[in-house]
Design a protein around this ligand. Structure first.
Ligand SMILES: [Fe+2]
Ligand SMILES: [Fe+2]
Length: 264
C-alpha cells in the first residue's frame, strides 16, 4: 500500500543536501519524460506537490459531493432492482473519494485538513453536481452522460506521472464504466416507455447532454481558465443547448416502440 512508511525519507531526499536543486529537478523531469512513475518518497518540486494536492483533493471532493444527489434517490428509485443498482453506484462514488483522499495523503496533507477545506468552502468541487435532479430520468441521464464524460476526462489520468493517483484512477475508471452503462439502461427503458416516461427522458437528456458537454469543455480549458471564464462564452452555450435538445430528441424518437413490444 502506498500509504505505508511515508514518515521515512526516500533515497533522493537523503541525498538532497548534497545535491544541487537544478540537478534534482532535471532528474525528476527526465523520469517524467521517460513515463516513469513518481512515488511518494521520491524527490519532487514543491509546485508539483502543491498542484497534485489541489487536483487530487478537488477530484476527491467531487466524488463525495457527486454521490449526494444520487443518494437522495435511493429510497425513491422505482423498484428494488433499481435501488440495489443505485446503492452500488453510490457506494462506488464514496470509494472513489476514499482512494483519492488516500492518494492525496501520500503528499503530506491530512484527510481531515482536506475535508475541512471542503466544508469551509475553501476547496472547489465540480459544479456539475449542483444541478437539481427532480426526476428519476435525471439519475439515468447523469449516469449515462456525466459519468460517461468523466470517463473521457479521467482515462488519461491512469497514465499520469504520480503513481498513487494513476493507480487509483485505473480502478475508478473501471467502475465508472458500470455507472455509465446503468445510466444508459435507465434511459433506454424510459425511451421505450409511456408518453410521460418519454417526455421525462427527453427533458433529462437535454439537461444531461448540456452538463456532459460542459464537463468535457471544462476539462479542456481548466488548466488555463477559471470556471467563470470557461462559462462566459454565451454563443457556445446557446449552441450547446440546441445540440443537447436535438440529441435528446433523437435518442427518445429512435427508441420509441409500441406498448405491445415493450419488453422491460
Ligand atoms: Fe466516481
Ligand atoms: Fe461514477
Amino acid at each position: 500500500m502506498y500509504t505505508q512508511g511515508l514518515d521515512s525519507l526516500g533515497k533522493d531526499c537523503l541525498r538532497d543536501e548534497a545535491k544541487d536543486g537544478a540537478a534534482l529537478e532535471s532528474r525528476f523531469q527526465a523520469r517524467v519524460d521517460a513515463e516513469e512513475k513518481i512515488e511518494p518518497k521520491d524527490w519532487m518540486p514543491e509546485a508539483y506537490r502543491r498542484t497534485l494536492i489541489r487536483q487530487i483533493s478537488q477530484h476527491a471532493h467531487s466524488e463525495i459531493v457527486g454521490m449526494l444527489p444520487e443518494g437522495n434517490w435511493i429510497t425513491r428509485a422505482p423498484s428494488l432492482k433499481r435501488k440495489a443498482i443505485l446503492i452500488a453506484k453510490v457506494q462506488d462514488e464514496g470509494g472513489h473519494g476514499a482512494y483519492l483522499y488516500s492518494a492525496a495523503e501520500t503528499l503530506g496533507v491530512s484527510r481531515a485538513e482536506l475535508v475541512g477545506q471542503l466544508l469551509a468552502g475553501k476547496a472547489k468541487y465540480s459544479s456539475i453536481f449542483n444541478y437539481p435532479t427532480p426526476t428519476w430520468a435525471d439519475v439515468g441521464a447523469i449516469g449515462w452522460l456525466v459519468d460517461g464524460a468523466a470517463i473521457m476526462n479521467q482515462i488519461p489520468l491512469c497514465r499520469c506521472s504520480y503513481g498513487p493517483y494513476a493507480r487509483a484512477m485505473v480502478r475508478i475508471c473501471r467502475e465508472e464504466s458500470f455507472h455509465q452503462r446503468q445510466g444508459y439502461e435507465i434511459m433506454l427503458f424510459l425511451a421505450r416507455g409511456t408518453g410521460r416516461q418519454r417526455a421525462m427522458a427527453q427533458a433529462a437528456l437535454e439537461a444531461g447532454f448540456h452538463m456532459a458537454t460542459f464537463t468535457c469543455f471544462l476539462a479542456l480549458v481548466a488548466p488555463s481558465a477559471s470556471l467563470a471564464e470557461a462559462g462566459a462564452n454565451a454563443a457556445s452555450y446557446t449552441f450547446l443547448g440546441r445540440l443537447a435538445a436535438a440529441c435528446g430528441r433523437q435518442f427518445v424518437q429512435s427508441h420509441q416502440c409500441s406498448p405491445s413490444t415493450r419488453t422491460m
